[in-house]
Design a protein around this ligand. Structure first.
Ligand code: SF4
Length: 212
């Protein structure tokens, strides 16, 4: 995706009032990184630090994400990092289904514009966006094809910070990323028209149902 197209999308997100979450935000957190990244990460929603800085994954979970990326030879500017939801839910509560429904057009435009070879889903909300019936315990560490997208669910870094038992599992799942990327191809889909997102998933393929 051209950087200008991404800027246009960010500008559209910045003034969005489509759901109640705009009322409590300091600013939107659209996501950032390389607009042509081969590797994309999707988390849940901004927290307090992200809301203050307007950037995704800048707190402790972000530091851990940077460490995990470094261990597999990536730096943050080489990848694209976004969340399912672009505004901070009050008191860091879970996003509600209608909020996800309102916001998903932006994530869809990001994914379709970037066309990453691999999308790593950080935690339950990002995983269930693509695989609504999945559990983290069952899906983590396994690649799935969701429409044109190759996805890899892993635990959210914040979960690994809360429960140290998950840390090694998260590291092992990150170790899969390089080999998967080496074999993956960029999906061929039509150019994105900002404001006219469309669903590329094959409607007759319900083996891995996707909201996209
Ligand atoms: S969370 Fe998404 S849909 Fe809701 S106001 Fe923010 S940008 Fe708009």
């Amino acid at each position: 995706m051209e950087a200008q197209v991404l800027e246009l999308l960010n500008a559209k997100i910045a003034v969005c009032t489509a759901c109640r979450l705009h009322e409590g935000r300091t600013q939107t957190v659209p996501g950032n990184g390389d607009p042509n990244a081969e590797l994309m990460f999707i988390g849940e929603a901004p927290g307090a630090n992200e809301d203050q800085q307007g950037l995704p994954f800048v707190g402790r979970a972000g530091q851990l994400l940077d460490e995990l990326l470094a261990e597999i030879g990536f730096s943050r500017p080489e990848v694209f990092v976004a969340n399912v939801i672009k505004c901070r839910p009050p008191n860091n509560r879970d996003p509600m289904p209608d909020e996800i429904g309102c916001c998903e057009v932006y994530l869809r435009e990001q994914i379709e514009g970037i066309r990453p070879k691999l999308i790593v889903l950080l935690g339950r909300f990002a995983t269930q966006y693509f695989l609504p019936d999945a559990t983290m315990g069952g899906a983590r560490g396994q690649p799935f094809q969701a429409g044109p997208w190759l996805i890899l669910p892993v635990y959210h870094p914040a979960a690994a910070l809360r429960n140290s038992n998950l840390m090694q599992t998260l590291r092992e799942d990150f170790a899969i990323i390089r080999p998967l990327l080496d074999q993956a191809e960029r999906p061929e889909i039509a150019e994105v028209q900002i404001g006219h997102a469309h669903g590329p998933a094959k409607e007759d393929d319900d083996s891995q149902r996707s909201l996209l």
